[in-house]
Design a protein around this ligand. Structure first.
Ligand SMILES: [Zn+2]
Length: 325
């Protein structure tokens, strides 16, 4: 793919989303992105909240320790019941609040209601939707201890490329990305609100976390970013309107399509550099010393914490070497 970085940087600098910060309480920040669409930041991964006559659809649950504050924030937005919780991966900072948020909600599938699944069977709480591999990671084979209690597990899973729903007057597409950040990622696209929830495939605070041990890969990561780029539409040709599709990353600030293009290009350039160094016969240590992420380290790099620049280089290296086999 040919990449035109110069033009992208010029246009991206113009975009400043005009978002209203509703409140900053309990270290949570609630942003209204659309008349019926909100983002809650500060509870682990970013949380998306869509509201309408069917109730509330929540994407990602945040960490377990913040669920009380998250539920209070949702209650302030609307008194309607939470109907669906969609997980973008099985990471603890995205599914940690699953149990509490599901329990606080109310399933659409009431006993005797249209669909005929008993509410008891579903526990009465909001349904939890995720790709099959999220359930696999959160549960455990018989006799082994699961990472999460059964109440936190997805109640509905899928494996096909696209799962869809029509709730609150709009189509909701849940797009399975089989090997990106992990092997269980989903992107959620709200078609009328024109918001894409990217999960940890997009993380504006650091280099993307590619968890090779849990099925992530750099090629899948780039494919997933391309999927977001293809789904979103930027504010062109009238850039000054500052409109266009909004993209909520797993962590960090709200983006538009051009931000995702820039991020995708960054991952692609570093992937190409590491691939060339592997071809030149360098070891992982030599590759790290050659600093393939140069030019991006100040913005996305880190020497400390759970995901350092070296962790990222190593993940891309392992992913490329695995692929060659
Ligand atoms: Zn995360």
């Amino acid at each position: 793919m040919r990449i035109c970085i110069g033009a992208v940087l010029v246009v991206a600098a113009v975009f400043v989303p005009s978002l209203r910060i509703l409140e900053a309480q309990n270290a949570l920040e609630v942003l209204q992105l659309r008349p019926n669409f909100y983002m809650i930041a500060g509870a682990g991964g970013n949380i998306a909240v869509q509201v309408g006559e069917d109730g509330v659809v929540v994407v990602d649950a945040g960490t377990a320790s913040k669920t009380e504050a998250v539920l209070a924030a949702i209650k302030k937005i609307t008194a309607r019941p939470i109907r669906y919780l969609i997980d973008t991966s099985a990471d603890a900072d995205h599914v940690g609040g699953n149990e509490a948020i599901s329990k606080a909600g109310q399933t659409l599938f009431v006993a005797g209601g249209g669909i005929g699944i008993s509410a008891d069977f579903l526990g009465g709480g909001a349904s939890i939707l995720a790709v099959e591999n999220v359930l696999r990671r959160m549960s455990a084979p018989t006799g082994k201890t699961a990472a999460f209690p059964v109440e936190a597990w997805p109640t509905e899973t899928f494996q096909q490329p696209r799962k869809y729903m029509y709730l609150n007057g709009e189509g909701i597409e849940v797009l399975y990305q089989p090997a990106a950040h992990t092997d269980g990622d989903a992107i959620v696209f709200f078609r009328r609100s024109d918001v894409v929830v990217a999960g940890d495939i997009l993380d504006t605070t650091r280099f993307p976390v590619i968890d090779v041990a849990r099925g992530g890969s750099v090629q899948g990561e780039i494919a997933a970013l391309n999927r977001i780029v293809d789904t979103a539409i930027p504010s062109v040709p009238i850039v000054s309107r500052e409109e266009g599709t909004l993209v909520i990353p797993g962590h960090g600030r709200v983006c538009d399509q051009l931000d995702v293009v820039e991020y995708r290009d960054m991952v692609s350039i570093i992937r190409d550099r590491i691939r060339d160094l592997i071809k030149a016969g360098m070891t992982l240590e030599q590759i790290k010393a050659a600093s393939p992420p140069r030019g991006y380290i100040r913005r996305y790099g880190s020497d400390t914490g759970p995901w350092t620049t070296n962790n990222f280089v190593e993940a891309v290296y392992r992913s490329l070497v695995q692929e060659k086999r």
